[in-house]
Every structure is written in structure tokens, then in C-alpha cells.
Design a binder for this molecule. Sequence first.
Ligand code: ZN
Ligand code: ZN
Ligand code: ZN
Ligand code: ZN
Ligand code: ZN
Length: 298
Amino acid sequence: MNWSPRVKPIKIRQLYRYARLGIYEDTLLHDVGWELHARCADIATVADVYREGCVPCPKCGTKITRRIDPLFSKGEGGTREHWFRCPHCTGRLLWRDCRQALRNTPRCFDCRAVLQKEVVLRCACGKTWSQEAYKQSTRTRVLLPCPHCLELVRRPDTPPRDRTTKNRRSEPELQCPKCQSVARHQHGNIECTACGYKRRWRDYRKSLKKKDEKLECPNCEHTFKWQAWRKSVRSLRTGNPQPARDFVEKWRKCRTPQQRMIQIDTLLQTLHGRGPLAPLFIDSGEHKIREMLDDLAS
Ligand SMILES: [Zn+2]
Ligand SMILES: [Zn+2]
Ligand SMILES: [Zn+2]
Ligand SMILES: [Zn+2]
Ligand SMILES: [Zn+2]
């Protein structure tokens, strides 16, 4: 799989030079926009791997399910949170998605309109919050708007401890490390009835992680190692893929040069506010990028 390169700062500068003169150079807008789009799509793909536990085959793109579920494995970028569905739009959610959406775009807790960022956060309906109080609220509230449909959803209860045992039917098939027949995850152990192998589940998982995971594509039979794959996407990995996802979604809907400029600018403004995120998108050092974004914002 060929990941798309980061966008060259020189093109971005050029775009803004034109825009300042009121010129929307559409060839350049397409150029920069599609490059950003490709990069954003890759960032979203990599983020999905960490959320869903499926790795795209580097040869053919087929999704391969990992044996370690990253959602339940902290070291693998998981959170031990669990998925739930929005009762209104049935979208699949993590509670932290609901929080993150409000960090990206603060909304009124009452009427859910987007808040104006002044010294305080102000809603057209008259409500105001100090930035600090708002932050505190997103952390502690048990009702937050669904990022998809904006209806209120309730924070799910913490999953019970024996969850992994209860849900074992939904887990991918286990292989006995000794005899390769089908093993089971039960009584907090991995157990094989064929050869009698038995080991604490926790220790088994730890050893898997250390040993690295061999992945085989069911489509083209290409094999590769998880750790190597993980290293190959290091420059695409972020805990906050939302700006990239947003851009992918909105860029496709742009119909005019003005709309294209607005979406590119929105993304760059977001990157400007989140320093360490920018080098994922733009091909330059963090310091240089910051200087450029400062320039563009002024
Ligand atoms: Zn919803
Ligand atoms: Zn939803
Ligand atoms: Zn309001
Ligand atoms: Zn066995
Ligand atoms: Zn393949």
C-alpha cells in the first residue's frame, strides 16, 4: 500500500498569496485540496486500524482482522471503553467521540447550536460558558450530543470486568500456540482441549504482544508482521483523527473554488490550533510549519 505524501508548504503559501488578492486559482486549489484529501484519508484509515482492529493488506487492501482487539488492549492504542449505538441515529460511538466533538466544535448544552468563541463561549440562545467551565462540563456531563445527529446520548456504564468472557463468541478464533488447534478463552485462561495447553489469559496476551503478530491476507496470501506495519504508518498516526475525517467528508462536497478555499483554510486553522498535529499533513519541520501557519493566520 502506498501512503500519500505530505503536502508541500510552498504550494500552500502560494494558495494564500492568491487568496489575499481575491484570486481563487482553481487548478492550485484542486492540487492542494486533493493532496490534503489523500493524506487525510490515509490518516483516517490508520486511525480505523487502531479502533476496529482490522489491518489493510499492504498488497491488495483487504482488511485482515487482528487477533488482539486493540479496543481492549491499552498498549495497542485501545481504551477499554466500549462501543455503543446512538439510540437516535444508530451511529456507532465511543463516549470520548462525543467529548472530542465538543472540543473541536463547542456547542450549546441547551439548544446544541455552535457556540461563538469570544472571551467566553456564547450561544445565540443567550447562554454563556467560560472556556474552563465548558471544558469541565464536557468532562463531567452524562448527557452529550451525538456527534452525528446531535440528539442527546447518555454515557454508557463502565463495562463489567468479565466482559471479555461473556463476549467471547464475537472474538476472532483463537489458535493454540502449542498445537495450532482451536483454543478457547475461558475462566480467565486460554485453554486447548486438544493438547491440554492452559495459560493465564493476561500472560498469553502479553506474550502475543512481545512476540509480534503475524498477519496473513485471506485474499492474496501476503504475510506481514504487525510491528513492522505499525512502524510503517508511524507518520500517519494520531490520537485526534477528527480534523482529517472532517476534511475528507467536506472536501467532496465542495462545488466552487470559494468553498474549496474555505475547507482548506478550515483544516489549516484547526492544525494551527493543534501544533503537534500539523507535521502529519505538511511536509516540513514542526517549527517551520508553525511559523507558516502563524503567517497565514495573520
Ligand atoms: Zn445520533
Ligand atoms: Zn449518531
Ligand atoms: Zn443555546
Ligand atoms: Zn493445543
Ligand atoms: Zn492481500
